[in-house]
Structures are given as C-alpha cells and as structure tokens.
Design a protein around this ligand. Sequence first.
Ligand SMILES: Nc1ncnc2c1ncn2[C@@H]1O[C@H](COP(=O)(O)OP(=O)(O)O)[C@@H](O)[C@H]1O
Ligand code: SF4
Ligand SMILES: [Mg+2]
Length: 338
Amino acid sequence: MPERAPLLTVEHLTTGFQVRDGFVPAVIDVSFHVSAGDTLCIVGESGSGKSVTALSIMRLVEPPGRIAEGRIIFNGHDLLTVSEREMQAIRGAQIALIFQEPMTALNPVFTIGNQIEETLRVHGRATRRTAPQQAIDLLAAVSIPEPQKRVRDYPHQLSGGMRQRALIAMSLACEPSLVIADEPTTALDVTIQAQILELLRDLQQRMGLALLLITHDLGVVAEMADRVAVMYAGRIVEEAPVRALFDDPKHPYTRGLMGSIPGGAPGTRLRAIQGTVPPLGALPPGCAFAPRCPERFDPCPKAPPGTTDFGGGRGVKCYLHGPAVEPQVAPPAPVERV
Ligand SMILES: Nc1ncnc2c1ncn2[C@@H]1O[C@H](COP(=O)(O)OP(=O)(O)O)[C@@H](O)[C@H]1O
Ligand code: SF4
Ligand SMILES: [Mg+2]
C-alpha cells in the first residue's frame, strides 16, 4: 500500500528580512514533513530560525520579513498560493499555533470562557446556546480543575501553567489536524513543563494530531519526538528519527548539543558549545558552524556543505560525512542544494 501523504510538507523554504543592504535570510532552504499522529521536533539555539519557520507556515511573517522561496503543502494545498481569506480559515481551525507566552495570545479583558466561546462561534463549531458548555468541556479536556468556575476567570487570574492549558484548550476548540507549538513550556517551571508536555502528548494521541514542536531543549525532544530536525543558523543541519539521533548524532553541532544535557532533563539549557550563533547577514561563507566546530577541516570554510542522505529518514549537512572531499585537492565546487 502506498504510504499516506504527509499532512504538512515544507520544501526548500527560504524566509528572510529586507534590510538596507539587501535581503538577509533567517531560514535557508529548509525542508521537512509531518504526518498525522507524528511529532517532529525542531531543535536549536535561540536565533537559529525556528520561530520564523513556524510563522512562515502560518503565513504570519510581517514586513520587512518575507518568504522568498519554497512551497508549504498542507492537506494538499500550497499555503503560499491560497488567498488570505482561505488562509484565515485554515489558521486556528486546521492549524493551531501555541506560543511560549500565552498572555500574548489571550485577551486580558475577556474571560477565558468568552474567548473559547468566541473561537468556537467564529469557526461555526458552536451556537450561542451550546458554546458555554463546550468551553467548559474543553477546559476539562485539558485537565483544568473546576472548569465551570475557571471558565469565568480572566487570564491574569490563572497561573502560568493554567493559562497555557487554557490556550491549548482554545487552540483545540476547532479540532485542528496540525498543532505547531513554539517553545510552549519554556516560560514554565520544570514540574509544570512536564505536565504540559504530557497533556500535549495525550491530546496528540487521542486526536491523532500532527505535532510540530519547536524547542531549544533536547530533554523535551527526548520526551516528545518521533523525528528531530536540528537547526543551526537558518538551516536544518541534521534530521533523524529520535532514537537514531541520540544513539549516533552525526553533526558536530548535534554532538555539541548532546554534550550539554547531562541526564537530558527537560529544562536543561544548551551551553556546552563554545561561541554563539553568527548574526544574520554575517554568516561565514562555508559551513555556518565552522567558526565553532572542533572538527572543521579544509573544505569547511569554503562552501556550505550539501545534504548527505543516509536513508531511513536520516540526513546531515557536514563534510565529515561527504560529499567526499579530499583535503589536498583544489577547493570543492559549492555543493549547497537549491
Ligand atoms: N521581525 C524581524 N526583523 C528582523 N529580524 C528578525 C525578525 N524576527 C526574527 N528575526 C531574526 O531572524 C533570526 C531567526 O529568529 P527566530 O526564528 O526567532 O529564532 P529562534 O526562534 O530559533 O530563536 C534571528 O536572527 C532574528 O534576529
Ligand atoms: S562541515 Fe566542517 S565545520 Fe561544518 S560541522 Fe562539518 S566538520 Fe564542522
Ligand atoms: Mg523562537
């Protein structure tokens, strides 16, 4: 039987910002897919382009930012070509985006219940009569205690963890098929983080969601991912099924990240790699990781490495794994895929 088409396929996405000196890419030639019931984690340090990738999928990149290249196929439609009106119908109803800070998505002047009811009604999921009970049911589904009371609370009356639960309830109101969660637990303390991750996992299994989970935390990856895409300076430098990645990380950057998670507990920060992500617009000409890489050799600073495909969903962009380059011969031609 042919394999089912992925729910979301991102192909060769390049998104960047127009500055005085020209176009500066923040996401460079990024490709990945997520299927129903599947969790793909995108992991990388701050500034590596994770949020810009998420915003690109939702078509929420604002000027001076723009999507310069690529295709984003969701449920058979190219999101970069549908009308803004169709996109509005897709946002919130079929694709939900959950942020790090729920307060930016919740309106402080309306109760949690009002906001969930409004979402349900706008998307035709409830009538004025049925919405209040549906809102309570949704709060119960995300394990908010005493939902019939909490539904009358304003966002500031809830704790950080409860607010994130309320936002998840609101996101799920229209039964989306894809949830993009951008650092959903980063602002929360470790115990609450674990609870929210468990909630997401539980909801994903119950609803068969495709989950794109963005994090800087390899502990979260270990808990949640089926597959992992490691992002560095705008590029996916390694992609692998989660076990393969932890058993045998192939990219020096991934190995560096692994070195920074003793025990792999959620909440542990990346800190073992010397140096910082290069600023946008000042990427080195070759492999962007070269200035920090303990294993760099001759070809690395000359041209960005292309992808070596290991099969089984594994790929890596690093000269250590080919394309074969002889250190003594003339500089290799650029192998960057476009
Ligand atoms: N509105 C913007 N204008 C200019 N640059 C931006 C804007 N938003 C993000 N960037 C830049 O894009 C890069 C990637 O950012 P982001 O995707 O937010 O990183 P991450 O989510 O991985 O921390 C960063 O260098 C950031 O400074
Ligand atoms: S291509 Fe070279 S510099 Fe880049 S990660 Fe591989 S070894 Fe390091
Ligand atoms: Mg981010």
